[in-house]
Design a protein around this ligand. Structure first.
Ligand code: NYM
Ligand code: MG
Length: 212
């Protein structure tokens, strides 16, 4: 008999909410057959272009083109993701489609609405479980905040609203079992957050994922 399919667990959130730390802890907890992935994946050729766009505010790209690069960056890893899952490996993912849609839609460009932003990610492997980390503390004292494009409080607030719109839309479609769980991490230590996440992951019902 072949291996059972692995699980794709996604951690999403605004900048500096502790996603990367939590992804690493979760990967360790899930054990050996678990791979950690992150988007944007800055190691590919497309990812390097994205990196330049994020770190250099004078690097101009039409917003639509920037959006398509982020999406292409996911598509170039889609077969790898699918094959890992089919081989029975779990994947813990640090950002994915939801970030792609929320950050771009938050720019409020005419014609670049939620639906437009979502459309180019249709068909990507869909997570089994999504955890959305919410930290209501101010970003002002967070180390490194403000170094990259998008890292300012007023834009982050717009992104937060787009994330919620998107989750509502998903829930209203109710097409399958794609669970999004909001995890409030305000005032929590790293250990407390990792415990919250671990409880949710362990309680997650058996679900089979499909595509976006
Ligand atoms: N981001 C991330 C997007 O704008 N679109 C996307 O599709 C993805 C995956 O990139 N501010 C933004 C969110 C972040 C920035 O991500 C870099 P990170 O996780 O800080 O490296
Ligand atoms: Mg960041």
């Amino acid at each position: 008999m072949s291996n059972p399919r692995g699980k794709l667990i996604l951690i999403e959130g605004l900048d500096r909410t502790g996603k990367s730390t939590q992804c690493e802890i979760l990967r360790q907890r899930l054990g050996e057959s678990t791979t950690l992935m992150k988007f944007p994946d800055r190691t590919t050729a497309i990812g390097q272009q994205i990196n330049n766009y994020l770190i250099d505010s004078s690097y101009n790209l039409p917003d639509q083109a920037a959006h398509l690069l982020f999406s292409a960056n996911r598509w170039e890893r889609n077969d790898y993701i699918r094959n890992k899952l089919l081989d029975g490996e779990n994947i813990v993912m640090d950002r994915y489609v939801y970030s792609g849609v929320a950050y771009s839609a938050a720019k409020e460009i005419t014609g670049m609405d939620l639906e437009w932003c979502y459309s180019c990610d249709r068909g990507l492997v869909r997570p089994d479980l999504t955890l959305f980390l919410v930290n209501n503390e101010s970003n002002d004292n967070r180390e490194g905040f403000g170094e990259e494009r998008y890292e300012n409080n007023s834009f982050q607030e717009k992104v937060r609203q787009q994330f919620y719109k998107l989750f509502e839309k998903q829930a209203s479609l109710n097409e399958d079992n794609n669970d999004v769980v909001i995890v409030n991490v305000t005032g929590c230590t790293i250990e407390q957050v990792s415990e919250k996440i671990w409880t949710i992951v362990q309680n997650n019902k058996e679900i089979s994922s499909s595509t976006f």
